[in-house]
Ligand binder design. Structure first.
Ligand code: DC
Length: 689
């Protein structure tokens, strides 16, 4: 998961291969609550693992429900059976509307002593219409601060009035109706009346209500729907576990990949993109995004559980065709249409999207502001958006407003024809519904570059002598930028370790023993190292064995320096090193990153420090591994290695002509990192924020 302040996406040309999407948020949270409300055990497969489902699972645990989540995205829920085991609980629900609304209704109907709250934005999202409906029934729900908004307090209540139709407004959020539909079967009695809900005002987002009805049926409650105005829960309704249930892949999440497939240059990849986990007959309303995408010219095939997407042929599907569309049925995926409108042959209008204003952020305002930054001309109506594509695309740093969909949408600007990079601020907010969104996109995406795709990937090189702090600097830069990291010295150290273990003597006359050199070259070529980044730092694995400490031993450094002087060993490691350059970018440290391995790198830094400073740093490093060496020995060893690295014929240590020198003898790590980030920023076309 990328958790950086910003993420710079290089321009992208195409997507290829296949992607598997996480489970639907709407289905996951409904299924979890229904499984909790029925008696017995339910196994939920392909559950979404993200912020919004995590808060729901935590809430269910707090209510006394049995919850077991297995790795591999399935959860086993032991239901409460129409009553909460804990009659008092404080529930933090983050910014998950799909948890707040239905839990409010279910707990209000059950009665007890509950407090429901969330992040500050959740306390700005309206819930008054639902609370009004619940209070009219006889439930006890109070506002803790602003009337109409969470935090809420739920209390115990007397008999509920269920014999008259229950009115609920449908024009602010369909989740109010969904919440009542899920909660009221808990109050149903065989001897009681049918429970009738009547929608006042136009019902928005009907497809989400359709998902609710479909899932209620799977849990044994058959609601009769009379148009979209009256919903009847038959007397004697009772939740029953279906035993097992599968969650479809998220249709809204699919929309970004459908869009990417439509923007994908067919001369780069003509096969299109295969999206797995969802087909066009999915129960989620947002799957109707496919119709709008086809209307814009996308070529989309579908099977029972997959979609294949390509760009349409020139003149028919490309540029995309502008649309004028009522998006009421696909509120979330309509944001993706706003991005596609940037690539259309004229201005597009998205109508009936007023609900955007009460989502994770005011999406109407946010989208208008950010699309303008990219060069589009945008008119923001009360409940509509009119978007004219950019005449000239602008490099932009896109704000995401703690809204996962804003971040995922922003990535689609990277397909711009002007081949400008795009900066996405706070990319980690995708965690709400799709924690690995960017990783999934990068695994499928190809950078835009005519002659050599690889060179479309931004690379920062940090070269310099031993113990100059390259590793620390490069690793920290990679972390701050969300880029991959290559410690090329580790590859030489690993090769040397493999050679030692094969019984080879790594002495001064090694170069003259041709068959031993040939063996080392083979070892280098077959090296299949794994670098794992965990909380405890980086682990280096060779054939499954953790060799992190072994390759950090001073002997390994000297050995590495020896074998790295062999030209054939350097050639053998060339491809392996270049393979580390993957989207979204790479920070590589070593001796010849800027001169030989990545000569076209965007930024090259030659890092130095005085020999005394470096010896002292190395001594400290070794002391942490309980290795004690005198300063003089280290100084001599460093100078010997520097001399060998500098004077060898193959790729001698020297700054690339275009490298920026950085002497960090008197700088802290933070200062060095900031210096390099400032240089990097100066090479980006967009301003800081
Ligand atoms: O950076 P380091 O100390 O882990 O590197 C170990 C040795 O590997 C170093 O003495 C020279 C060699 N090396 C190299 O020749 N080229 C690189 N790109 C990285 C390291």
């Amino acid at each position: 998961m990328i958790r950086t302040d910003f993420l710079d996406l290089p321009p992208l040309a195409a997507v290829q291969g296949r992607v598997r999407l996480p489970g639907s948020k709407s289905i996951s949270n409904r299924v979890l609550l229904l499984a909790a409300l029925c008696a017995g055990r339910t196994t939920v497969h392909d559950l979404l693992d993200a912020d919004d489902t995590r808060v729901m699972l935590d809430a269910l645990r707090a209510l006394g429900c049995g919850v077991r989540v297995d790795a591999g995205a399935s959860a086993v829920i032991d239901g409460l059976g129409a009553r909460a085991r804990a009659v008092r609980a404080d529930l933090f629900l983050g910014n998950a509307g799909t948890a707040m609304r239905p839990l409010t209704a279910a707990l209000a109907v059950l009665g007890g002593d509950y407090r429901l709250h969330g992040v500050p934005r959740m306390h700005e999202r309206p819930i008054g219409d639902l609370v009004d409906a619940l209070c009219a029934l006889g439930c006890r729900v109070d506002y803790e601060s602003a009337p109409g908004y969470p935090p809420l307090r739920i209390g115990a209540h007397g008999a509920l009035r269920l014999d008259a139709p229950i009115p609920v407004r449908g024009d602010v959020s369909s989740q109010f109706l969904t919440a009542l539909l899920m909660a009221l079967p808990l109050a149903s009695a065989a001897s009681g009346p049918d429970i009738v809900i009547e929608v006042a005002g136009e019902l928005i987002s009907k497809p989400y209500v359709a998902i609710t009805l479909e899932l209620l049926a799977r849990f044994g409650v058959a609601v009769r729907r009379e148009g979209w105005r009256r919903f009847v829960i038959p007397a004697g309704s009772r939740y029953q576990s279906p035993g097992e249930i599968h969650v479809e892949a998220d249709a809204s999440s699919a929309s970004y990949f459908i869009a990417a497939g439509m923007l994908s240059d067919p001369t780069v990849n003509s096969e299109g993109l295969l999206i797995e986990g969802i087909g066009e007959h999915a129960i989620q309303g947002d799957v109707r995004f496919i119709d709008a995408a086809r209307q814009m010219g996308g070529q989309i095939e579908s099977g029972p559980n997959w979609l294949r997407v390509r760009r349409g042929p020139p003149g028919q599907g490309w540029p995309l065709k502008a649309i004028d569309l009522d998006c009421n049925a696909i509120p979330d995926a309509a944001m993706t249409l706003a991005m596609l409108a940037l690539y259309a042959d004229g201005p597009s209008t998205l109508r009936n999207i007023g609900s955007w204003r009460v989502k994770e952020t005011d999406r109407l305002a946010a989208m208008a502001i950010e699309l303008r930054k990219l060069g589009a001309t945008v008119q923001e109506g009360a409940d509509s958006l009119h978007i004219a594509p950019p005449v000239v695309w602008q490099p932009a740093a896109i704000r995401t407003y703690d809204d996962h969909r804003m971040a995922m949408c922003a990535s689609l600007a990277a397909f711009n024809p002007a081949r400008l990079p795009v900066r996405v601020l706070d990319p980690g907010c995708v965690a709400k519904t799709f924690p690995d969104y960017f990783e999934t996109l990068f695994a499928a995406a190809l950078p835009a570059n005519d002659d050599d795709r690889q060179s479309g990937i931004p690379v920062i090189c940090i070269d310099g002598p031993s113990a100059s702090g390259k590793g620390t600097l490069a690793g920290e830069l990679a972390r701050r930028l969300g880029y991959h990291y290559l410690d090329s010295g580790a590859l030489y150290r690993l090769t040397a370790l493999a050679a030692r273990r094969a019984g080879l003597a790594l002495d001064d006359s090694l170069a003259s023993r041709a068959d031993e050199v040939a063996r080392i070259v083979r070892l280098a070529r077959d090296l299949q190292p794994r670098f794992e980044h965990g909380d405890a730092g980086e682990r280096v694995l060779l054939a499954g064995e953790d060799v992190t400490a072994a390759i950090r031993h001073p002997q390994s450094g000297t050995d590495a320096s020896r074998i790295s002087a062999l030209p054939d060993v350097r050639v053998a490691l060339l491809d392996l090193q270049r393979q580390f350059a993957r989207l979204p970018g790479l920070v590589a440290d070593g001796r010849d990153m800027g001169t030989v391995i990545f000569p076209g790198a965007r930024l090259k830094v030659f890092l130095t420090a005085s020999a005394a400073t470096r010896a002292a740093r190395r001594q400290k490093q070794l002391a942490q591994q309980d290795i004690s060496v005198t300063l003089n020995t280290l100084l001599a060893e460093l100078q010997g290695r520097d001399e060998r690295d500098r004077t060898r014929a193959a790729a001698p240590l020297k700054p690339a002509l275009d490298a920026l020198p950085l002497d960090n003898s008197d700088l802290t790590i933070v200062q060095s990192v900031d210096r390099v980030l400032t240089w990097w920023q100066a090479r980006q076309p967009f301003s800081q924020s």
